[in-house]
Design a protein around this ligand. Structure first.
Ligand code: SF4
Ligand code: FES
Length: 399
């Protein structure tokens, strides 16, 4: 039985931002009853016993949890290395000091762009200057700083400027991660998917920047799945190295697996060890026995584990199919088609204001398959369907 190495603790789905690629579930109805401080402390102790060494504190916005310092302190006492993944909003000097004293090991701050107008438009809230202030605070307090930048067609052409800003902020590491199409990003895929031309330009910029800042700033560039020949080994394989616990205690092998029609496993009902070792959810796609052809007889099956189950489900409606990103998949045409549409749309690309959703609009669950809903218009939406392509955004009320 493999042992988990990392736990992603999604402390809350509440967040002050409204990014159109948000990784939160589309329907937050199941997640309102958040785990208490003592429940998290028990889960972390169980995780440590299982072998977990790294704890990633995320959300939503984890700084919105009033007990964050207590949770970090408990994790440090258990010997867990703690990493805070935050928008930076809410990281006051006082809170930062408390977190440092509690033993927080590392901070990752998300950045939407290199300048305020675009950054705030993407985030759906005025936040850029506060993010910069938070990044400077992290360095002042002596933490290593990672900047997380989700790339898509509205900011990919500004990668050089983003990297300049990262240097100015003395980031130790920049993660440039092309959008993965789950959750809100799946719904807004049409608005977010870049063209191949944009990607080629961005890759050249990244190569040059790596040379220029070698030894001073690490630059991680995560290629977009849709433009690759083979899929990535998502999460290092299902139930192999990582697990996620959602705010309500649901445990998942990956942060996007809420969409899959599989039995739930909750830490309020079962010990984490049972969930990891014996729950039907974690066993469903573990290893290679579940694989269909062409994965079953493929030489790469232990390298990429058939790709991403969530991506297979969203694209085909069946989580047990080969990831359509793989050029050997019988469903690969679905990905080719999406890329072609993105390439054809390149002339309409411009850094444009992203329309806001109608205030009455409520989030609703995504359909399991079919084209992403960038142009799907539901009740209460008042988007102009013409370019710039509209996006749907998560709402946070009542979370
Ligand atoms: Fe990976 Fe399956 Fe494609 Fe082989 S056929 S490369 S195992 S996704
Ligand atoms: Fe769920 Fe890849 S995101 S398996």
């Amino acid at each position: 039985m493999p042992r988990p190495f990392g736990l992603l603790a999604e402390l809350t789905y509440a967040c002050p931002l409204h990014c159109p690629y948000c990784s939160n579930p589309l329907d937050l109805g199941d997640y309102r009853r958040e785990l208490s401080t003592s429940e998290w402390q028990r889960v972390l102790a169980e995780a440590r016993q299982l072998g977990v060494l790294q704890l990633h504190l995320s959300g939503g916005e984890p700084l919105l949890r009033r007990d964050l310092v207590t949770i970090v302190h408990g994790a440090s006492e258990l010997g867990l290395y703690t990493n805070l993944i935050t928008s930076g909003i809410g990281l006051s000097p006082e809170r930062a000091e408390q977190l440092r004293e509690a033993g927080l090991g590392h901070v990752q701050i998300s950045l939407q762009a290199d300048e305020a107008a675009l950054s705030d438009r993407i985030a759906g809230a005025r936040s850029f200057e506060r993010k910069l202030a938070a990044a400077r605070l992290v360095k002042e307090l002596g933490w290593p700083l990672t900047l997380n930048v989700v790339l898509h067609r509205h900011n990919l052409d500004r990668v050089a400027d983003v990297l300049d800003l990262a240097r100015e902020l003395e980031a130790d590491r920049v993660e440039l991660a092309n959008t993965q199409y789950y959750g809100w990003a799946w719904r807004n895929r049409q608005a977010l998917l870049p063209s191949r031309e944009q990607l080629d330009r961005a890759e050249a910029v990244v190569r040059a920047a790596r040379e220029r800042w070698r030894g001073r700033m690490e630059i991680v560039y995560v290629l977009p799945d849709y433009y690759e020949r083979y899929p990535k080994p998502c999460m290092g394989g299902w139930g192999r190295r990582q697990l996620t616990v959602a705010p309500n205690g649901d445990a998942f092998p990956c942060p996007a697996a809420q969409v899959l029609p599989l039995p739930r496993a909750n830490v309020r009902e079962h010990p984490l060890a049972w969930i990891w070792e014996r729950s039907p959810l974690f066993q469903r796609f573990r290893g290679t026995d579940w694989m269909p052809e062409p994965c079953r007889s493929c030489a790469r099956r232990e390298l990429d584990f058939g790709g991403c189950r969530c991506q297979a489900f969203l694209l085909t409606g069946d989580a047990a199919r080969t990831d359509p990103v793989c050029h050997l998949s019988p469903d690969h045409g679905l990905v080719i088609e999406a890329v072609r549409a993105a390439d054809e749309g390149r002339r309409s690309l411009r850094v444009a204001p992203v329309p806001r959703p109608h205030p009455e609009r409520r989030s609703r669950p995504a359909p399991p398959s079919g084209p992403p809903g960038g142009r799907r218009r539901g009740p209460g939406q008042r988007f102009d369907p013409q370019p710039p392509t509209p996006v749907d955004r998560p709402r946070r009320e009542g979370v």
